[in-house]
Design a protein around this ligand. Structure first.
Ligand code: GZL
Length: 331
């Protein structure tokens, strides 16, 4: 009797597989929340930082998890490569295109081509100039607010250690990629707050392109011209801050003590530096956007409402909370 029941169960399971939709509907054939497997084209900037790598890993893992066929392109920091990749996605008639714009300008034409082809688009991580009608949704953080957070933290910290009333407080800035929303908006947020404290003077600002190597090189140049008077460094990401820390130590000053350093991202390397007392604070910018991207793609393709901006969640870390938070960090 038991054997007969077991056989019946097996036969019923086999029948359900064969007759669902006329072909075998096994798990590899269907995207979560859809009646079929969808194809996503993703144009990523490159692999310039720990943050970018974490973002890419999150996108690929989420595509796997949602069972989405991901066509991934690495633009190696060149907008031209992004435009070519997106045109290829259009030719391939993908269901949805996600992209992280390396710079804020030059997107109107290509996004109109996506619209004309009836392909929805998701702007990820960095915003673009122009109306938000150019794309279906933006998933990422309020980058200008990150800049304000960084400057507010600095003012409070300098006052706490008794250096806030020094006149002038000499500030240098390592900018991210010129023309990127990440660099433009972080700088705008920082300067909006510093403008209220006229004794804070930005004596040097230059791009380090979000990389450790260039952050070190540019900081070496800052130190060569102003090494003995620099009080504060703002770095638009942790990778440049870590490069700058090496330059400061080689120069003979103490990072995190002689020169107060505030950066952005809150990647593992920043926590190591904060715990070592060489970085003072890192304002988090969450790269784990993969699940939000896939969820938005399915919602768009099933005609569900999607907000024009899906904000990412982020905090801020300094030497008072870095060690406690370290075990929980995912990137
Ligand atoms: C910020 C992101 C920036 C990171 C950098 O949203 O675009 O690009 O801060 C990354 O680490 O290279």
């Amino acid at each position: 009797m038991k054997k007969a029941i077991a056989l019946l169960v097996v036969l019923l399971m086999a029948a359900s597989l064969v007759f669902a939709g006329g072909r075998q509907q096994s798990s590899e054939g269907v995207t979560r929340g859809m009646g079929r497997k969808i194809v996503m084209g993703y144009s990523q900037i490159g692999a310039e930082s720990e943050w970018r790598t974490a973002c890419t890993n999150s996108v690929k893992a989420a595509a796997e998890d949602w069972n989405i066929d991901l066509r991934f392109s690495d633009a190696q920091q060149m907008q031209q490569n992004q435009l070519q990749a997106i045109r290829a996605f259009i030719q391939q008639k993908v269901d949805v295109i996600a992209f992280t714009p390396v710079v804020s300008t030059g997107w109107e034409a290509i996004l109109q081509e996506c619209k004309d082809a009836g392909i929805p688009t998701i702007c990820v991580d960095r915003t673009i100039d122009g109306p938000n009608t150019l794309y279906n949704t933006y998933i990422g953080s309020d980058i200008k607010e990150e800049g304000r957070k960084a400057a507010r933290w600095l003012i409070e910290y300098m006052n706490k250690i008794g250096r806030g009333s020094k006149n002038p407080v000499n500030v240098v800035e390592l900018q991210g990629t010129v023309g990127s929303a990440a660099a433009t908006d972080r700088q705008a947020g920082i300067m909006e707050i510093l403008a209220k404290y006229p004794n804070y003077k930005v004596i040097k600002t230059q791009t380090g392109n979000f990389t450790r190597a260039e952050g070190k090189q540019v900081m070496e140049a800052f130190l060569k011209s102003d090494g003995n008077i620099i009080d504060v460094l703002f770095a638009h990401n942790d990778d440049m801050a870590i490069g700058a820390i090496q330059a400061i130590e080689e120069y003979g000053r103490k990072p995190g003590e002689d020169i107060i350093i505030v950066s952005f991202d809150a990647v593992k390397g920043a926590f190591d530096a904060m715990i070592a007392g060489k970085l003072n604070a890192s304002i988090e910018c969450n790269p784990l956007l993969g699940p939000q991207i896939m969820d938005a793609a399915v919602k768009i393709l099933t005609n569900q409402p999607v907000e024009k901006w899906i904000p990412s969640e982020e905090g801020q870390y300094d030497q008072s909370n870095a060690a406690a938070a370290y075990p929980t960090r995912q990137y």
